[in-house]
Design a protein around this ligand. Sequence first.
Ligand code: GBH
Length: 438
Amino acid sequence: RRMATTNPIPRFPAGFLWGVSTSAHQIEGAADAREPSVWDAFTAEPGRVRDGSTAAVACDHVHRHREDVALLAGLGVDAYRFSVSWPRVRTPGGLDFYDRLVDDLCAAGVRPVPTLFHWDLPAGLDWLERSTAERFAEYVGEVAGRLGDRVTKWITLNEPAEHTLLGHALGVHAPGRELLFDALPAAHHQLLAHGLAVRALRASGAGDIGIANSHGPTWPASPDRADVEAAGFYDLLLNRLFADPLLLGRYPEGVDELLPGDAGADLEVIAEPLDWYGVNYYAPTRVGAPRGTETDFGGVRMPAGLPFSVREIEGYPVTDFGWPVVPGALTELLTDFRARYGDRLPPVVITENGCSYEGLDDQDRIAYLDGHVRALHRALEAGVDVRGYFVWSLLDNFEWAEGYTRRFGLVHVDFETLRRTPKASYGWFREVLRAQRG
Ligand code: GBH
């Protein structure tokens, strides 16, 4: 067990946004009061979720949001990142819940930062179809019309990279497709949906707009050419495929034939200027040449036959999920981003960072977060314009294909009684925030 150092965390600039994140499907429950999503269909299939659970109740947040807002207020965060469930908004009265939540947050002095899509696509819609992007923009316009008088910071999508990889290429997340490289149209249509959503939000006069993309440094398994090339390809697929069109207005070379034929014509929409860029960061990935066998990617099986293989990172502690704890890789990621995108990179917000550990006295989580906040400060000192940091997550929740077996919360949830209990890390983060303001 490692303890956080006792040196105070360096001071972040005034106005730096401290927050915590959640997502609708992972915490809300109240599944009977919304349309089904692709995740409801997926979890109903045997064998899809490790503990056979569903998110029908989850943290029952819809009925307990007052208690959760009080936890946010007690923590002293500036902002709360949650997601709006598109299937709930499609249900008559569904927006009322978010209306109340936003009111309660404002009353508690916590700034609401909604994400408009965090993987819970309405059942019957499909990211392989271009029309889904248009439907999304209509829904976004509806949400902005209702919440835009109080919400001044928006996130369009959460991690289209992971939704494409895990949901459409490898089939370990909903909708459970195993299309490998044929999944890329789903990526393009999400990026198009993002661009159309930015336009819909701007048209409604909404404030600061960003996206939350999953990124991490890719480390070649060795300096050998085959490993370096494989790592470069992985970096292209998971990082550049999503950042380049948004920030540079073009797709990286080498993916053209995998995208829909007319993709180029959409780049102007996709590259609509952003007010800020959200980065979800957990761990670096070590990648080498293919080995002709399955490999393990943070608990996910990567099939043989891909042009790369994910390798274990040795020499670092790992979380309960098996992901390595490498705070320095966050500094590396951000300084590399700044070098690659230069002035095209808008101010950055870390929209997710966190780890899964068991227990209420979660000193390992404290060590993880402490290390990453310091690493973020080093990126700031190195000239990266970082404006905020959000911990994933406020609550233990439905961790997708892992069900309730991985706990990421600052607050423990007993999934029998739904009782919330702040962990040691909650108290630690509260003191960090207090010291930053003192
Ligand atoms: C996020 O996805 C999601 O947005 C959120 O909903 C989810 O609850 C949270 O993370 C926790 O999983 O290379 O072996 O170290 C993050 C997706 C996939 C991040 C794999 C890190 C690397 C594993 N991630 N990953 S490894």
